[in-house]
Design a protein around this ligand. Structure first.
Ligand code: FES
Length: 361
C-alpha cells in the first residue's frame, strides 16, 4: 500500500498558474456543466495542470480549487486518491514498472534492478531530468509480462537488456516503438498463430458483403506508435516537458520541432463516420452508441413505463432526438464521436458504450 502525500515543502513551487492557452481550455471545460456543478471539472483541470507541469503541486491544487469554487481539501482528496496524478516531480520519461505477480514471475525483479542501476532510487529524477521510475500495481497487460508504462505507452515482453536499451534511447531523445519487444504481434502467440490458420477465412471470399475487400490485415508496423497524450488530441498545450525536450535538442520551446521531440509519430486519426445507407443501421443507433438505448429497452426485460434511467419514453425506437439520452436540463446530449485511437492496436474503436455525458469525474 502506498501512502500518497504531497511532495515535501522544499519541492513545492510558490505559485501555480495555467498558461493562457490552458486557462482558456479550462474555462471552456466549465461550460460543459450546469451552473453550480463546475466541481465536476476537477479531474480534467488537475490533469491539465499535470500535463503543463509534469506533476501536481500544492499550488496547483489551490489554483484548481479557486477556479472551481471548491474547498481545497476536496481537490486534495481527488489528487491524492487517483494514482494517475503525480504528487511529486517526475522525469520527462516517467517509468511505471509493474511489479504485480504475473510480471514478477516473468522477470520484473530484474527490470527493477535495471531501474535502480540506470535511473537511481525509486521516485528520484535523474540529474538531467530525463528519467524517473516507480513500481506500480498491475497495468492490465499481464499477458505481455513483464511490462512497464513509460509516459502514455506500454513497453511489453521486456528483458533486462531490451529495457535498458529503451531507457537509453529515451534519454537520448529517441522514442523506441512501444508494444511487445519480442517480435510477437500484440498479444498473439509468440512464433505465430496456432489456430484459425486458414487464411481463406479472412480474405472476405466467404462473405458476400466483403467480397473483393483487399484491405491488409492489421500488423504491428501500423499498429504500434508512440501515443499522443490524450488531451493533446483536443488542444495542443506546450508543457514544460515539451519545452525541456526541445531545449535538450537545441530546438525552440513550443515549436513543432520541439513537440516532435516528444511525439515523433502522430497517432492515426479516426475515420469519419459515414452517413447511413438505405437499410443500414443509422450511426446513432449502431451497437454501442448513444442511440442504442431506446432500442435496447425494447426487449422482454424492458422496464414498464420506459427507460427510466435515461428518461426516454419506453417501447419506442424513435424517440425525439433520435433516441439520444436526455440530460437533466432537458437538453439532448450529442452522441460521442468515434473514439480515440487505441495504443493497444492502433485500431479506431467505436463510440464508448458509457454514454450520456461527455466526461465524468
Ligand atoms: S501483472 Fe503486470 S500488467 Fe498485470
Amino acid at each position: 500500500v502506498t501512502v500518497r502525500r504531497l511532495a515535501p515543502a522544499h519541492q513545492q513551487p510558490a505559485t501555480f498558474a495555467f498558461t493562457a492557452e490552458n486557462e482558456a481550455w479550462a474555462r471552456q471545460q466549465l461550460t460543459k456543466f450546469p451552473e453550480g456543478r463546475q466541481a465536476s471539472a476537477v479531474i480534467p483541470l488537475l490533469w491539465r495542470a499535470q500535463e503543463q507541469e509534469g506533476w501536481i503541486s500544492e499550488a496547483a491544487i489551490e489554483a484548481v480549487a479557486v477556479m472551481l469554487s471548491m474547498p481545497k481539501i476536496r481537490v486534495l482528496e481527488v489528487a491524492t486518491f487517483y494514482t494517475m496524478f503525480n504528487l511529486e516531480p517526475v522525469g520527462r520519461h516517467y517509468v511505471q514498472l509493474c511489479g504485480t505477480v504475473p510480471c514478477h514471475v516473468m522477470g520484473a525483479l530484474d527490470l527493477k534492478e535495471v531501474c535502480r542501476r540506470v535511473i537511481g532510487p525509486e521516485r528520484q529524477v535523474t540529474a538531467d531530468g530525463a528519467l524517473s521510475w516507480l513500481e506500480v500495481e498491475c497495468l492490465g497487460a499481464c499477458v505481455n509480462a513483464p511490462m512497464a508504462q513509460i509516459n502514455a505507452d506500454y513497453y511489453e515482453d521486456l528483458t533486462p537488456e531490451r529495457f535498458e536499451w529503451i531507457l537509453g534511447e529515451l534519454r537520448a531523445g529517441r522514442v523506441p516503438p512501444p508494444g511487445p519487444q519480442n517480435g510477437r504481434q500484440l498479444s498473439a502467440p509468440l512464433g505465430g498463430d496456432t489456430t484459425l490458420t486458414d487464411t481463406s477465412i479472412y480474405d472476405g471470399a466467404s462473405r458476400s458483403d466483403t467480397a473483393g475487400d483487399t484491405r491488409e490485415a492489421l500488423t504491428d508496423v501500423g499498429a504500434k506508435r508512440p501515443t499522443v497524450e490524450g488531451s493533446q488530441q483536443d488542444t495542443p498545450a506546450p508543457s514544460s516537458q515539451v519545452a525541456a525536450a526541445g531545449a535538450a535538442e537545441g530546438k525552440a520551446p513550443g515549436t513543432a520541432a520541439a513537440v516532435s521531440a516528444v511525439q515523433p509519430t502522430p497517432a492515426p486519426q479516426p475515420e469519419p463516420m459515414l452517413p447511413a445507407q438505405d437499410g443500414a443501421v443509422p450511426a446513432s443507433e449502431a451497437p454501442g452508441t448513444a442511440g442504442t438505448s431506446a432500442t435496447l429497452m425494447e426487449g422482454p426485460h424492458a422496464p414498464q413505463g420506459g427507460d427510466i434511467a435515461r428518461g426516454a419514453p419506453g417501447r419506442s425506437p424513435r424517440t425525439p432526438g433520435g433516441g439520444r439520452p436526455v440530460e437533466s436540463g432537458g437538453k439532448t446530449a450529442e452522441p460521442r464521436q468515434p473514439s480515440q485511437t487505441s495504443d493497444r492496436g492502433g485500431e479506431v474503436t467505436g463510440p464508448d458504450r458509457d454514454v450520456g455525458t461527455e466526461e465524468k469525474p
